[in-house]
Ligand binder design. Structure first.
Ligand code: GDP
Ligand code: CA
Length: 353
């Protein structure tokens, strides 16, 4: 078995992957029993990345790395546990930085090391590998691209010092304006010239299963899909592609992803997002789509749109509940592709996903 590839944003993608790794460790334990024998690659959105006070900040990569490495603040879902804010206070005392984006002291350590690596000529993939040596996330973390890509938001009305029509960084719109400032479109600056980072397209093409976790469909998954070559790799791969709905009962569970869906004209339901991704048979990306059990009534409409769907509890309350979701996703993959996943291999003797 060549492995599983997850296309992730921040909090939703990170939590899902943690559950996936727990499921695999239980089902396919390595000799020591701690990890699994199934390789997992996480391709992470870098469209939220930005420069702040001279440092390169990669919010989704850090959320995934801290979550899988055990350093995440569980209450926030992002940032470090046991964090302090003394350095931000000092930066603010100089009238510098952005008061709406706080960088914790421990988190700053990550940004300083990353920025130092980038300035010494390493790529973001290489810098990520160095950071991951400390956190041992149990999965290979790949930025979607080593080229800088930034999602910007076009404002539809004046707000503060910004005029209608201006482009502002997605994080400013999301964090400073809580996604409430009227906006007309997302513009992914740098994306057309960007190349997928080394290993990304291969990780999609060579996987047994590709999972679209419950991440923001527009600015996390949508940005990864827009990296040149990614959609073609998803079209050509022999892997089954399984998505997990980030919308439960018409609500986004956590956060404000519905604001992003509004802007691209997609209704915030498991049906709307399922159709937005589309069936692979019709030029979309999904072979199978998991919706929450409360959304089981949407399955006939999804199937009418050519999307094979099944209903399961999709709340990622804790690691065991999330591991169960991952198990359903792998079962859904197997249901659409019995041959490749059931073949015994050296690493996966007689087992099934
Ligand atoms: P971000 O980069 O931190 O915004 O994180 P993601 O791109 O991974 O997307 C977060 C999305 O995950 C949220 O907008 C929710 O729609 C979804 N989500 C969060 N918690 C849950 C959960 O428990 N279950 C499901 N199904 N979706 C969730
Ligand atoms: Ca994000």
């Amino acid at each position: 078995m060549t492995g599983i590839t997850v296309l992730a944003g921040g909090v939703g993608g990170a939590r899902f992957t943690r559950g996936l790794l727990a499921h695999l460790a239980a089902e396919h334990p390595s000799a020591g029993g701690e990890a699994s024998t199934v390789p997992v690659t996480v391709v992470v959105n870098t469209g939220d990345d930005m420069w702040l006070t001279g440092l390169r900040i990669c919010p989704d990569l850090d959320t995934v790395m801290y979550t899988l490495g055990g350093g995440i603040s569980e209450e926030q879902g992002w940032g470090r546990a046991d964090e302090t804010r003394r350095t931000s206070g000092e930066i603010a005392a100089y009238g510098a930085g952005w008061d709406w984006f706080t960088l914790g002291d421990l988190d700053l350590g990550t940004h300083i090391v990353r920025t130092d690596l980038l300035r010494s000529g390493r790529t973001l993939s290489e810098a990520t590998e160095v950071l991951a040596q400390r956190w041992r996330p149990g999965a290979r973390l790949l930025p979607m691209s080593d080229d800088p890509v930034e999602t910007h938001v076009r404002l539809a009305a004046d707000i503060d010092e910004h005029r209608a029509g201006d482009l502002i960084h997605f994080e400013e719109w999301w964090v400073r304006y809580r996604a409430a400032a009227a906006a007309s479109e997302f513009v992914q600056v740098g994306l057309e010239q960007a190349q997928a980072a080394p290993g990304v397209l291969e990780a999609i093409r060579d996987a047994d299963v590709v999972i679209i976790p419950p991440s923001n469909p527009v600015v996390s998954v949508g940005t990864i899909l827009a990296v040149p070559g990614v959609r073609a790799a998803l079209r050509d791969t022999d892997a089954r592609v399984v998505g997990v709905s980030p919308i439960i009962g018409g609500s986004v569970v956590r956060g404000m992803a519905d604001r992003c869906l509004d802007i691209v004209g997609v209704e915030s339901t498991a049906l709307g997002v399922g159709r937005y991704y589309g069936s692979r048979a019709d030029g979309g990306i999904l072979d199978a789509w998991l919706v929450d059990e409360t959304d089981a009534g949407l399955i006939p409409d999804l199937e009418a749109a050519g999307i094979r769907a099944s209903a399961h509890p999709l709340w990622m309350h804790d690691v065991p509940a999330t591991a169960a979701i991952a198990a359903h996703a792998l079962r859904a993959a197997r249901a659409t592709h019995p041959i490749a996943l059931d073949r015994p291999t050296v690493q996966n003797i007689g087992g099934t996903l």
